[in-house]
Design a protein around this ligand. Structure first.
Ligand code: URA
Length: 261
């Protein structure tokens, strides 16, 4: 089966999903969209009113700002993959419930496996919590973490900047670091594909367990408590960010080679 066929099956299951009570209140489920060979995946929280009507992610005010942020990173919306932790809108845009996140978990994990991005950007705290549990977004935003040949970057949710104007510049600054990170991720992927000496293996985090923090199995050290972005980052906007790293298993990129990259 091709990746497109797998995605079509996944999207059909999401559209017909009855796994939680949000099925009763949604208009349309929002599986996500973007090229399956995308190098960067953005994971938001849940559809809002506009997304619920159109069945597409980030098509309201937050989506407009996401477009600006992508432009600041030199990325076009059409070249990235965009999805959410929840595929259905919580009534009144309330926070996702743990049971809803659990019900939707496999869909997101399947998307991550299918797209197999070089970089995953989490937007907001619910998406961040999947990979960086117990972290505080104001401390860790913009700080990439590498594990198993993939980079993860927690970012504020674009909607937060619509409510708190001071976050606008913070988010733009964070997004401007993405090109350098992507270049590094590409270089590393190319090195591994070219048969460069693989570093010592570390197990990839299971998507089910998700955590990149303080998980001895992931080989990734927790983000330093109390360290601000400014303390950890190199100087200057757009400067390559400090990257916490664990070594990539040699097999981590095999799937990407089959994924058009
Ligand atoms: N906010 C999200 O987290 N996702 C969307 O798709 C829209 C707004």
């Amino acid at each position: 089966m091709s990746a497109e066929e797998i995605a079509a099956g996944l999207y059909a299951r999401v559209r017909g999903c009855q796994l939680c009570a949000l099925a009763k209140t949604r208009t349309l489920a929002v599986p996500g969209e973007g090229p399956l060979a995308a190098e960067v995946m953005f994971i938001g929280e849940a559809p809002g009113a506009n997304e619920d009507k159109l069945g597409r992610p980030f098509v309201g005010a937050a989506g407009n700002f996401l477009g600006e942020l992508l432009a600041a990173a030199g990325l076009g919306r059409e070249e990235v993959y965009i999805c959410n932790v929840l595929k259905c809108r919580p009534p009144g845009n309330r926070d996702p419930l743990p049971a809803e996140i659990d019900a939707c978990r496999d869909y997101l994990d399947e998307q991550i496996d299918l797209v197999d991005p070089l970089v995953i950007v989490t937007l907001g705290r619910f998406s961040m919590a999947k990979f960086f549990p117990n972290q505080v977004i104001s401390r860790v935003h913009g700080q990439p973490r590498e594990t198993a040949g993939r980079f993860y970057v927690p970012m504020y949710h674009p909607a937060a900047a619509l409510h708190q104007g001071n976050l606008r510049e913070v988010m733009l600054t964070d997004f401007r670091t993405l090109p350098a990170l992507l270049a590094r991720a590409r270089g590393q992927a190319g090195l591994l594909q070219a048969g460069g000496a693989p570093p010592p293996r570390a197990p990839a985090p299971a998507h089910g367990a998700d955590s990149l923090n303080g998980d001895p199995a992931s080989g990734v050290a927790p983000i330093a408590a109390g360290a601000t972005l400014e303390q950890q980052r190199n100087d200057g906007a757009g400067a390559p960010p400090t990257i916490e790293k664990t070594d990539a298993p040699a097999g981590a990129l095999a799937h990407r080679q089959n994924n058009g990259r």
